[in-house]
Write a protein that binds this ligand. Structure first.
Ligand code: ATP
Length: 300
């Protein structure tokens, strides 16, 4: 009994870990044959209008556990092809917004729409195809680096994989390995640094080429040269895509169409970088603090 129970329990732990870190779950669900918490509505249809989809949160209320509300009436819009950044202290609910857009959980009140369609009314498969995620901490499969990049677009050619790796600036690193793209990575293979894992995630996302992107910035600081390089690659990947950035460093958000300051599950300030600086409120003091310390942190 113990022998049967243990692996399932282990998978459960991995499942929660992955869900928390916003990784594509389809393969994991198949492996586990687990009943998903979120179900397709009867008659759910595929998401459409994906050429230029705007994303809207309308008066969204959400609690993981009924007795502890996390989001209290969040309304925001990411216009088609624009970037909206969310900043705020740890625990404010920033990553929760991205988990809700991917529909890992259903909200208790309000609506989340993509191109005008309530995400509860469309198939999860079409929803998740439309969204690319660069998570805080990328989970790598114990498989070749080519497999890990192509995951999300399994029929990708070697040329496509290499082009994505070049754009994410990880190609040279891969090519320098004795087995190149056949190198096994993950827990039982080559261990990658945080920055290298993020680059794999960027390459994966570039290859998938979805119209909507979620970047959940790593909290653990990369060295600043690496960080700046990754920012540049993310910026390139986000061009023309509807993008939600969960930012821990203010340097990421300066160019955003709108910056949302979240605290305790409420929007306490919103506007462009210039508007928020002029306002002299929370964002302005976070910015001043960052300038002083030189540590570009968006989580005071
Ligand atoms: P950070 O900057 O530290 O990543 P955040 O603003 O992204 O923080 P969230 O991860 O959205 O914060 O968490 C918001 C609140 O929800 C926190 O109080 C957290 O403890 C709680 N929370 C997060 N995930 C779960 C979960 N799976 N079950 C219950 N509560 C959760």
């Amino acid at each position: 009994m113990l022998q049967i129970y243990m692996p399932l329990n282990f998978l459960g732990v991995i499942y929660r870990e992955i869900k928390q870190n916003l990784t594509d779950l389809d393969k994991m669900f198949t492996l586990m044959d687990k009943q998903q918490e979120v179900q397709d509505a009867p008659g759910a249809t595929a998401l459409t209008g994906l050429d230029a989809p705007a994303v809207r949160f309308e008066n969204v209320h959400f609690a993981y556990e009924a007795e502890r509300p996390i989001l209290h009436g969040i309304s925001l819009e990411i216009p088609a092809g624009k970037t909206v950044a969310v900043v705020g202290p740890s625990g404010a609910g920033k990553s929760t917004l991205s988990r809700l857009l991917y529909r890992f959980y259903d909200i208790q009140q309000g609506r989340i729409t993509i191109a005008g369609q309530d995400i509860r009314a469309v198939t999860q498969q079409s929803l998740r195809r439309a969204i690319g995620i660069v998570p805080q901490d990328t989970v790598l499969f114990n498989d070749s680096i080519a497999f890990n990049i192509a995951y999300g677009k399994p029929n990708a050619s070697q040329e496509d994989i290499e082009a994505a790796a070049r754009a994410a600036r990880i190609h040279d690193f891969i090519a320098a390995q004795p087995k190149g793209y056949a190198t096994t990575v993950g827990e039982r293979g080559l261990k990658l640094s945080g920055g290298e894992k993020q680059r794999v995630a960027i390459a994966r996302t570039l290859l998938k080429n979805p119209p909507i992107l979620i970047f959940d910035e790593a909290t653990s600081a990369l060295d600043s040269a690496n960080e700046r390089a990754i920012q540049a690659e993310l910026h390139q990947a986000a061009a023309g895509k509807t993008t939600l950035v969960i930012a821990h460093r203010l340097s990421t958000v300066v160019d955003a169409h709108e910056i949302i300051v979240l605290d305790g599950g409420r929007i306490v300030e919103r506007g462009s970088h210039a508007q928020l600086l002029a306002q002299g409120g929370r964002y302005a003091s976070m910015w001043a603090l960052q300038q002083q310390s030189g540590a570009a942190t968006a989580s005071p």
